[in-house]
Design a protein around this ligand. Sequence first.
Ligand code: ZN
Length: 192
Amino acid sequence: MSVLEELQNRSGNACELCGATDELKVYEVPPISTGGVDGSILACGTCIGQIENADTMDPNHWRCLNDSMWSEHDAVKVVAWRMLSRLKDEGWPKDLLDMMYLEDEALEWAKATGEGLSESEKIVHRDANGAILENGDNVVLIKDLKVKGSSMVAKQGTAVRRISLDRENAEYIEGKVDGQQIVIITKYVKKT
Ligand SMILES: [Zn+2]
């Protein structure tokens, strides 16, 4: 069974956030390390659009979280937590957040994208041109890099797909080069 089919079964073919039944898609909850069914939710176009573009948030749409925040699936709870955090200045989302309970591991996952932190608290990763890097972005190396602890040199021009950000340090990202997970310094990459 595909991830889509499994999620359709799990959700009864409805958006796991708002219950809508059209434009349903698999939304992989970033940072995508778990993947598969446990790391994804089934969500509608409206929800995904607003998750991915904070400027289009319609707070009232997210009243649906009142129900979906009690989901038994961590991936759903993580997205609920993030949207409530994003909207917490509205008041009611803050109350829901206070009621919500996440296990430590799920909470860490929820916080991984920096949602809900003020700009100054947030660690922002930028590439050589100052473009903001996000988990899951693809980058290209703009310089030959010696890989620490090995004789390998990652060549200039190498594409690195689906990077993950170092949450403690704005200068580091991680990604796979030749099948090996390496740490890369942000100023030597360009977002593609
Ligand atoms: Zn929805």
